[in-house]
Write a protein that binds this ligand. Structure first.
Ligand code: ADP
Ligand code: MG
Length: 587
C-alpha cells in the first residue's frame, strides 16, 4: 500500500496541475495511525467535496473492546467519537472558508444521541467518514495546502481524538454508561404505564428559540410534584427520580409564559437520549410518541380523516382525503391519523400550533351552528374514543380552554415553570360545573388507518433497489439519463426529482442526517409500493433492511454514506405523506 511519504510526493508532483489530476489520489494510503481511503474525488473546486474514509484497527485506538460489544454501546460510542473528531478537526484543520486551504468536514451531531454513519465502531475496527474540499488556486491544484490538509491535519486529528494518550477513556465510558441508562429507562416506560418521564432537576428551557442548547442564566430546575413522583433503578446502579406522565390523557394547563410549551417541547425531544450537560438527560419519552400540529397548505394523499371531518362542501370524500392545499383543521387531522398509521402510542399536541376549530367547540357555537352544517368533529370529542378504542394516549397543552377537563385523566398545572398536580382540583370543578361531552359511540376507523398506495405512487423503482420518479417527470432529456437519488437540503427539505418536500412541520426531526436518510428511505420504499402493500408496511420493509444491514444499506453506490442519521418510522411516513406527487397520483 502507498505510504504517507508516497502521498506527500504525489501531492508535490500534482502542485500547479489542473484540478482533475487530484483523481490520482483515489485508492488507499497508509498514513500510520490510519489507512486513508479516497473514495470519490470532486471534479472541480466548486463541486460537492471529495469523500474520504479513515480506517483503524480498533485495538490500535484507545477504545476498549468491552465498550463496543452491543449495538447500543456502539451507537453511543460512535456518537461520542464523532463529537471528539469534529472538535479535533476544528482545532487542527483550516476553517473551511478558504478554497485555497481546503477543508475537512464531518457530520456535526446535535444535542441528541443518534445512530449515525459518520463514525462506525465495532470490536475489529473504527471507520471515520469525512468530506474533504481539496485546495485550489483558481482551477489548479495547490499541492502544499493539500499536503497540510491530508498528510498533516488529518492524521493529527485522529491522533488527538482516538489514540492512546489522547482519548479520555473514562469520558467515553461515562457517555456509553449514560446512554445505556437512558435507553433502559426509556424501555421501562411502557411496563410502568408511562408515556414520559422528566427527571427532578432537569433544565428544560433552551438558550433561544432557534437553539437547542440549554438556557444558562435564570433557568429553573424542574421540581417534581409528590403525586407524580416515581423512580427508576438503572443498569449502572444509578437511581433517578422525577415526574412520571402516565398513559391516558394528560392536560397541561397554566398561565401564559409559565413554561407549558417548554415542557411539551422537552417531551417531544425525549424520544432520543441527550448528552451530558444538556439538561434533558433524564427527560425520556416513549420512542414512538408523535407530535402533531396544524400545517395549512400541505398536501394530503388518501388519509382517512372522516372521524374528524366529514360532509365537506361539494361532497369531498374524507375517508380517503386528497388535497394539494389542506386547511389548518384538515392538515392537523391528517397529521394525527398518519401518526396512528405509524403506530404511535401517544400524541403530543400544543395549543400554540393547533387549529382552534380542530381542537374545540364551545356550547354556544354548537347551539348556533347545527352539527350537520359543521364538517368538523372537534378533537375534544374524539380524544376519549381514541384512548378507549385504539389505546392512544395524548399529552396536550391547553391553557386557554377547559374543554378537555372532562376527558383528562391527569391535569398538570405549570406555575412559574414548575409542574403541580391539579387533577383533584379539576375533578372538583367538574363536579361543581358539569359540561357534557359529545363523544358519540361510533367506531372511529371501521376500515383501519392503513393506506394502500397505488403502484408507482412514489415513482418507478430504481434498478439499484431505490426508485426514480416517473419518466414523465424526468423531463425531456429522457433516455439513458441516470435518475438522481433523492437528497436532503438542510433539515427541512427533501429534493425528490423536481419536487421539494417540505418537512418544516416535523418537530421531532432533529438532524439533517435524518433528513438525508429519510430521502433515501423514500426511494427504497418506492420500490415496495406494488398496489397491495400499505405505506406503513413499505416503510417497515425499509426499516428491516436497515436493521439487518445498517444505515449504510440506504446509500446509493457513489462515495461513502457518512451523512446519515437514524430516522423514525413516524418521520419517514410523514415525509412520504407530504410528497405532492403522491397526492397527484392518488386523486
Ligand atoms: P407557555 O407555553 O406557558 O406560554 P413557554 O413554555 O413558551 O410558556 O415559556 C415562556 C418562557 O419561559 C420561554 O422564554 C422559556 O424559555 C422560559 N422558561 C420556560 N421554562 C423555564 C424554566 N424552567 N426556567 C426559566 N425559564 C423558563
Ligand atoms: Mg405555549
Amino acid at each position: 500500500m502507498r505510504t504517507l511519504d508516497d502521498l506527500r510526493r504525489e501531492l508535490a508532483r500534482m502542485d500547479g496541475r489542473g484540478y482533475p489530476a487530484y483523481r490520482d489520489l483515489q485508492g488507499a494510503w497508509d498514513l500510520g495511525p490510519a489507512v486513508l481511503h479516497v473514495d470519490h474525488v470532486q471534479s472541480d473546486p466548486y463541486a460537492p467535496p471529495s469523500k474520504i474514509r479513515l480506517v483503524l484497527d480498533r485495538a490500535a485506538t484507545a477504545v476498549p473492546a468491552e465498550l463496543v460489544r452491543e449495538h447500543s454501546q456502539r451507537v453511543a460510542a460512535g456518537d461520542h467519537l464523532t463529537r471528539l473528531l469534529c472538535d479535533a478537526l476544528r482545532r487542527v484543520g483550516p476553517s473551511g472558508r478558504d478554497k485555497a486551504a481546503g477543508s475537512l468536514r464531518m457530520m456535526v451531531p446535535g444535542q441528541q444521541v443518534l445512530e449515525r454513519t459518520a463514525v462506525l465502531v465495532d470490536r475489529e475496527r473504527v471507520e471515520l467518514r469525512l468530506e474533504a474540499a481539496l485546495p485550489a488556486g483558481g482551477r489548479r491544484i495547490r499541492g502544499r495546502a493539500a499536503t497540510a490538509l491530508l498528510a498533516e491535519a488529518l492524521p493529527e486529528a485522529v491522533e488527538r481524538s482516538l489514540l492512546p494518550g489522547a482519548l479520555d477513556v473514562e469520558a467515553l465510558r461515562k457517555h456509553v454508561e449514560l446512554v445505556l441508562d437512558q435507553l433502559d429507562l426509556q424501555s421501562q416506560l411502557r411496563e410502568r404505564g408511562l408515556i414520559a418521564f422528566v427527571g427532578e432537576g432537569s433544565i428544560l428551557p433552551r438558550a433561544s428559540g432557534d437553539s437547542d442548547l440549554p438556557l444558562r442564566r435564570g433557568a429553573q430546575p424542574l421540581q417534581c410534584p409528590e403525586t407524580l413522583r416515581t423512580s427508576f433503578e438503572l443498569p449502572s446502579g444509578r437511581m433517578v427520580t422525577g415526574m412520571g406522565i402516565p398513559e391516558g390523557i394528560t392536560v397541561i394547563v397554566g398561565g401564559g409564559y409559565h413554561g407549558k410549551s417548554t415542557l411539551l417541547r422537552a417531551l417531544e425531544r425525549g424520544i432520543h437520549p441527550h448528552i451530558a450537560g444538556d439538561g434533558r438527560e433524564w427527560v425520556l419519552t416513549r420512542p414512538d410518541a408523535v407530535s402533531i400540529r396544524a400545517e395549512d397548505g400541505r398536501s394530503v394523499a388518501g388519509t382517512d380523516i372522516s372521524p374528524f371531518i366529514g360532509g365537506l362542501p361539494q361532497g369531498t370524500d374524507t375517508s380517503a382525503f386528497v388535497t394539494a392545499n389542506a386547511s389548518g383543521s384538515t392538515s392537523q387531522a391528517a397529521g394525527l391519523v398518519e401518526a396512528l398509521e405509524a403506530r404511535s402510542p401517544a400524541l403530543l399536541i400544543d395549543e400554540d400550533t393547533s387549529a382552534t376549530n380542530f381542537m374545540i367547540r364551545d356550547a354556544r357555537m354548537r347551539a348556533l351552528v347545527p352539527a350537520d352544517a359543521e364538517p368538523i368533529t372537534p378533537f375534544m370529542d374524539r380524544i376519549g374514543p381514541l384512548r378507549r378504542q385504539l389505546g392512544v394516549s395524548t399529552v396536550l397543552v391547553a391553557g386557554g380552554s377547559s374543554a378537555f377537563f372532562e376527558a383528562a385523566d391527569h391535569v398538570i398545572a405549570m406555575e412559574s415553570y414548575q409542574p403541580r398536580d391539579a387533577t383533584a382540583q379539576v375533578r372538583q370543578l367538574i363536579a361543581e360545573q358539569p359540561a357534557a361531552l359529545e363523544e358519540g359511540d361510533d367506531e372511529l376507523f371501521p376500515h383501519g388507518v392503513d393506506r394502500v398506495l397505488p403502484a408507482g405512487a412514489l415513482g418507478a423503482p430504481r434498478r439499484d433497489g431505490g426508485s426514480v420518479r416517473g419518466r414523465r417527470e424526468r423531463g425531456s432529456s429522457g433516455d439513458g439519463e441516470r435518475p438522481k437519488p433523492s437528497r436532503a437540503r438542510g433539515l427541512h427539505t427533501i429534493q425528490r426529482g423536481h419536487e421539494d418536500v417540505d418537512l418544516s412541520a416535523l418537530a421531532q426531526l432533529m438532524e439533517p442526517g435524518q433528513t438525508q436518510a429519510i430521502a433515501l428511505a423514500l426511494d427504497a420504499a418506492a420500490g415496495h409500493l406494488d398496489g397491495t402493500t400499505t405505506a406503513a408496511a413499505a416503510i417497515d420493509r425499509v426499516l428491516e433492511t436497515i436493521d439487518r444491514d445498517g444505515l449504510d444499506a440506504l446509500s446509493p453506490r457513489r462515495g461513502h454514506p457518512g451523512d446519515m442519521a437514524m430516522p423514525r418510522r413516524a418521520e419517514i411516513l410523514a415525509a412520504l405523506s407530504r410528497c405532492r406527487s403522491l397526492a397527484e397520483r392518488s386523486s
